[in-house]
Design a protein around this ligand. Structure first.
Ligand code: NDP
Ligand SMILES: N[C@@H](CC=O)C(=O)O
Length: 393
């Protein structure tokens, strides 16, 4: 098979852009060269020759020599404009931008079809873990029943350091930012929004469902207190930010929230910036993929893998979306078992289907109960920052 030689136009030279540059330097087998890099701040010091850089996006988008646009910026709206324009100009695109992809899946699918150009985004979900191509190629049927796991490197790094090294939340959040794991707006990480975007992309490639990110419940780790950590320790649990989706006939459930994980569970041992994805399907039963979910070279390696895939004309066929499950719908009526730490007085008791445990002391109060996801999401108390919710797995 002959492989295409590629000329790249790269947008963004931050954590992932520099990571891509480093892995491209070392990976001799991929025949791709960088022609130009578009950045935002022209005066920032750069580790490579100034001649590569521009702030004019059109120098890349309208250069007929550039066949591939690699979009690695931290601004989802600007990214969508860049990616759409590139596709309209007949260029292949690689992106790592889960926010942009999750928010614009319907338009992006149309652009792929209309302009017959590939758009690949393996790095957007769990960075180095090759989950999207696995969902597209290995699970190219409707036997999958669930995909779940740790989809965010920053929060896993933060929780690991809080639980194992007893460090404080603000200190470890700063460390996750300094290492380049966190989003430019870290609220996306710590409030469980970034892993929710990843879940939307997974829902599309696992089951063929396109859903708006706002339709999926997310709850973050920013409210986890020493009281909650002590509860987990006493019950022999650890806490992970877990995204999960399930398919039951045509009904899909999905959410992202902090979750108690038994110490014997493999995910309990996926620590620091590592991510873990558990796939369940009818006959292969359970499979687990573990890999670095953030950072320069691990993410750069996933971007490189997409670039390499373009050298042999690979594209997602979006098989499930096109061929399967036209009647799929997202439902939020499932009942979940949750732990809720609350201040006194608490107005939410009547929202629970049942309460199996309740505790009050001068240190804090909690209940363990069963609640419908829709009731929880729309409750009057969920936005009270003095209240924390942790799911049971
Ligand atoms: N960090 C990680 O581990 C991972 C990140 N991602 C995703 O990859 C993308 C990039 O993340 P990351 O590298 O961490 O971000 P950084 O903040 O480190 O870098 C962002 C880069 O984008 C450039 N930029 C911003 N806006 C524009 C614009 N309008 N035109 C041109 N360049 C622009 C910035 O320019 P300048 O240098 O001039 O400021 C900078 O080089 C994001 O979508 C992120 O979600 C995905 C997986 C892992
Ligand atoms: N901020 C993200 C980066 C990778 O997607 C994370 O921490 O997982």
């Amino acid at each position: 098979m002959t492989r295409n030689k590629l000329k790249l136009g790269i947008f963004g030279f931050g954590c992932v852009g520099t990571g891509l540059y480093k892995v491209l330097e070392e990976a001799e087998s991929v025949d791709a060269t960088i022609k130009k890099i578009c950045i935002k701040h022209p005066d920032k010091p750069r580790p490579i020759d100034k001649k590569y850089f521009t702030t004019d996006k059109n120098e890349l988008l309208y250069d007929s020599e550039i066949g591939v646009i690699v979009e690695l910026i931290d601004d989802a709206d600007a990214a969508f404009a860049i990616v759409s324009e590139a596709m309209k100009n007949g260029k292949s695109v690689v992106s790592a931008n889960k926010k942009m992809i999750a928010e614009h899946l319907p338009e992006l699918v149309k652009l792929e079809k209309k302009y017959q150009v590939p758009l690949l985004y393996e790095a957007s979900v769990c960075a180095s873990i090759p989950i999207i191509r696995n969902l597209e190629e290995y699970y190219d049927n409707d036997l999958l029943t669930s995909v779940s796991g740790i989809f965010n490197g920053s929060t896993n790094f933060i929780l690991t350091k809080m639980i194992h090294e007893k460090l404080s939340y603000p200190v470890v959040l700063q460390e996750a930012q300094a290492k380049g794991f966190a989003e430019s707006d870290p609220t996306l990480d710590v409030e469980g929004i970034d892993p929710k975007y990843k879940l939307c992309i997974i829902l599309f490639h696992a089951f063929g469902l396109i859903t708006k990110p706002e339709s999926i419940f997310n709850f973050g780790i920013s409210r986890i207190s020493d009281f909650d950590l002590e509860f987990a320790r006493q019950r022999n649990f650890t806490i992970k930010l877990i995204a999960r989706c399930n398919k039951n006939n045509n009904e899909i459930t999905g959410l992202c929230a902090p979750t108690f994980i038994e110490k014997e569970n493999t995910l309990a041992h996926v620590n620091y910036e590592y991510n873990g994805v558990i796939l369940k399907s009818a006959f292969s039963e359970k499979q687990l993929m573990i890999g670095k979910g953030a950072g320069d070279k691990p993410t750069g390696s996933a971007v490189l893998s997409d670039i390499s895939a373009l050298t042999y004309d690979y594209r997602y066929e979006n098989k499930k979306y096109i061929h399967l499950n036209k009647q799929l719908k997202l439902v939020d009526t499932k009942i979940y078992k949750v732990y809720v730490r609350y201040p006194d007085p608490f107005s939410g008791f009547n929202d629970f289907d049942s309460i199996e445990e309740q505790y009050s002391s001068i240190l804090g109060n909690y209940l363990i109960g069963h609640i419908c996801l829709r009731k929880l999401a729309h409750s009057s108390w969920i936005n009270d920052t003095n209240i924390n919710v942790i799911f049971f797995s």
